[in-house]
Design a protein around this ligand. Structure first.
Ligand code: IVH
Length: 702
């Protein structure tokens, strides 16, 4: 088996090409998995894609563009069910694939907490159940609401269906449960029940499920709870959301509490003292995997002490205090039936292998990525070839290699198209400074290419950007195709144009749009005429400006005018304006340059003016306005004794403060430990308030 080129060995150009390809693949898989309950790849494959994507971002930070997937969890909830906003977000886990990474994980936790090598640090290890996560809200011991994870912030209300699961108590047993208690865990189906269900489905001529997880998801997300009632679903509690009072001091204590309250918990959960113990349990579970009655896809490690979990907190979409150690990839052989070319949001042409369906690690695979033109040539992949397909993690399947001695005599080398299949424009490979061709062939059709324009509009209207209800991917595609929406500003003039007596066709007369849905859509659009500045910035799709950077810019500049004026004044690299942008904590050169370039581009300015004639960005809401340090610029200096520097920064940011590396006139607060030097002197010079570490804890109430 040939391994993919290690990320460390990729050139920036190769990395960019691969990043674009991965992005499109992962996004498509997210929709297939979360909204359609019908993934086309195994979890292992998906994970591998995601991991590679993250590795690319880590090594080439300037890749993380406007829509980076690393800050997203899952997919937006489907519109079939009422939505539930999670009181505490339902985030995801970062993945480990090698045993050595388990050691790295333990080391990272120790380092973050500043624990010396001799201090004990216990972890739990438990199977990672391959089902769908669900949160159960109990008030006064009674089950009042159940919801799916959705995008992590908002899920689907599946209360009626969850009530049909016999194993889930409608009332908690025992005593001592908090008045409000959200138990979280996995709803799953046993393998034997899955096989029996599929047999029944087949006999009835109904759709078959690809694996137990999809059967569980499909069974839970039924509009008719009576259908759910007939499906054998089970549950394991392993986490929690809101708790009105603490119920235990450790992870294992919480699991015991769940069990005492009548919630099912997993018997394979153990306590380990170090990385060796974790890996030993991982191996044990891997060996026993086939004997378990349900599917699992790895082992989850969690810091046992809840006070330490609290200190560790979260980074982006996953907790620092937990990780999922996944099982390795699986492979299978099949026949390549054809090669399709997909055009991504950035115009990249990606070859996709259409395969004779084959089951790899329990999932039927019909497509696999071929990465790019060079990859197709390097592997000499030809239509008709027998190929080895691999799924690792939840990532998109890959073609590992071809089986040369099974090649049909008439197989011809594949000719990569030089014309964009979406718009017919020329597709070219850019040359870099050294005259080397970019690995990616790109459509030159820019704004005319529907593959790109549509994706940009989808991004603009998407949940984390303008979040226009009822203007989902399908509607954007539709309006684009009808010529009604070609630019963001068009969205906001849609209603006025529709109302004109001369309008050729009224939207309500299109199939799929009734009077009410059009009225609702217009109302949803109107509701976004005032939009939080961070969302506005994110929606623009500026390269390298994902949600986090958009928030940083919004927080720093407070108004769009200030950002725009500074960005315009920042064209000169030596200007003060440029320094201001790149000195924003977490921003830096690459992002600053992308921002400057965006505002320097005349057609962007035109599109912006048109948009600003319709929309008013408003200063972003303070994340934790109630915190005494929210919105403050804080500098930590000197030796901190109760927390590491990394931890201090994470804590301040969680409380809505901005952490700066150096003291300036804009600094609000300096937290100085012993040995603080020039920063302390500078703070005193500027008359900035200086407090000790203990005073910091007292102030933030921690
Ligand atoms: S803990 C803050 N424990 O894996 C994260 N998750 O990749 C809390 N999962 O969304 C999650 N078994 O659906 C946890 N024993 C386990 C799990 C588990 C399966 C799923 C869960 C989660 C996903 C994260």
């Amino acid at each position: 088996m040939r391994k993919p080129v290690p990320v460390e060995d990729l050139t920036p150009l190769e990395a960019r090409a691969e990043y674009g390809r991965l992005h499109a693949e992962i996004a498509a898989h997210d929709v297939a998995y979360h909204q359609k309950d019908a993934p086309v790849v195994s979890d292992a494959d998906y994970d591998a894609l995601r991991r590679r994507y993250e590795a690319l971002e880590a090594r080439f930070p300037d890749l993380a563009d406007a829509a980076s997937l690393t800050s997203r969890v899952g997919a937006a909830p489907s519109e079939k069910f009422a939505k539930v906003r999670h009181a505490v977000p339902m985030l995801s886990l970062s993945n480990l694939f090698e045993e050595s990474e388990a050691e790295d994980f333990v080391e990272r936790v120790r380092r973050f907490l500043g624990l010396g090598p001799l201090l004990p640090l216990a972890f739990t290890a438990e199977p990672k159940i391959d089902g769908l996560s669900c949160t159960l809200r109990y008030e006064g011991g009674a089950l009042v609401q159940a919801a799916t994870r959705g995008d992590g912030y908002e899920g689907e209300d599946v209360t009626a269906n969850v009530r049909m699961i016999a194993e889930i108590p409608k009332r908690l047993a025992g005593a001592g449960w908090p008045a409000v208690m959200e138990a979280r865990g996995e709803i799953y189906m046993r393998r034997s029940d899955f096989a029996a269900l599929n047999a029944r489905q087949e006999a009835a001529g109904d759709k078959l499920f690809a694996n137990p997880r999809n059967a569980a998801a499909g069974s839970l997300r039924q509009l008719d709870p009576a259908v759910t009632a007939q499906r054998p679903l089970h549950f394991f509690a392993y986490a929690w959301g809101e708790l009105s009072s603490p119920a235990a001091e450790t992870q294992i204590g919480m699991i015991e509490a769940f069990r005492a309250w009548g919630l099912p918990t997993n018997e394979e959960t153990v306590l380990c003292e170090d990385a060796r113990g974790l890996v030993a349990h991982y191996r044990r579970i891997a060996e026993n995997r086939a004997r378990l009655p349900y599917d699992i896809d790895g082992v989850v490690y969690k810091v046992n002490d809840l006070a330490l979990q609290q200190r560790l907190g979260f980074v982006s979409r996953s907790p620092r205090w937990a990780a999922a150690h996944k099982f390795p990839a699986e492979q299978a052989m099949t026949i390549l039936r054809g090669i399709d070319i997909q055009v991504g949001r950035t115009g990249a042409l990606t070859p996709v292998a259409r395969l004779e369906p084959v089951t790899v690690g329990g999932v039927v695979v019909t497509n696999a990525t071929l990465h790019n033109e060079d990859e197709v040539r390097r592997k000499d992949v030809r239509v008709g070839d027998t190929v080895v397909v691999q799924r690792a993690g939840d990532v998109i399947p890959q073609i590992v290699q071809i089986v040369a001695d099974k090649r049909p005599a008439d197989a011809r080398p594949y000719e990569f198209p030089h014309i964009c299949p979406a718009c017919g424009s020329a597709a070219v490979r850019e040359l870099d400074a050294k005259g080397e061709a970019d690995a990616v062939r790109r459509c030159t059709g820019g704004l005319v290419c529907p593959a790109q324009a549509v994706e940009r509009l989808k991004h603009f209207a998407s949940r984390n950007a303008f979040d226009i209800e009822g203007l989902g991917d399908r509607q954007i595609e539709f309006f684009y195709e009808k010529g009604l929406v070609r630019t963001p500003a068009d969205i906001f003039t849609l209603e006025a144009r529709d109302a004109q007596p001369g309008a050729l066709v009224k939207i309500r007369n299109f199939e799929g749009f009734g009077e009410t849905s059009v009225r609702n859509l217009f109302a949803a659009i109107a509701a976004r005429r005032a939009v939080a500045l961070n969302r506005f910035i994110f929606a623009l799709g500026v390269r390298h400006v994902g949600e986090t950077n958009a928030r940083r810019l919004a927080r720093h500049f407070e108004t769009f005018e200030a950002l725009r004026a500074t960005a315009r004044a920042a064209q000169d690299e030596a200007s003060e304006a440029r320094a201001e942008i790149k000195n924003i904590e977490g921003v830096g050169d690459v992002v600053a340059e992308a921002v400057v370039d965006f505002f320097a581009e005349p057609h962007n300015e035109t599109a912006l003016d048109a948009l600003l004639a319709q929309v008013t960005p408003v200063p972003m809401e303070r994340v934790e306005a109630s915190s005494p340090v929210a919105g403050k610029v804080v500098v930590f200096t000197g030796a901190l004794e109760r927390m590491t520097r990394e931890e201090a920064k994470a804590m301040a940011e969680r409380l809505g403060a901005k952490v700066a590396g150096s003291v300036s006139k804009k600094t609000d607060l300096v937290v100085a430990g012993p040995g603080a030097g020039s920063k302390l002197a500078k703070a005193e010079g500027f008359g900035v308030e200086v407090i000790t570490e203990d005073e910091w804890f007292a102030r933030v109430g921690a």
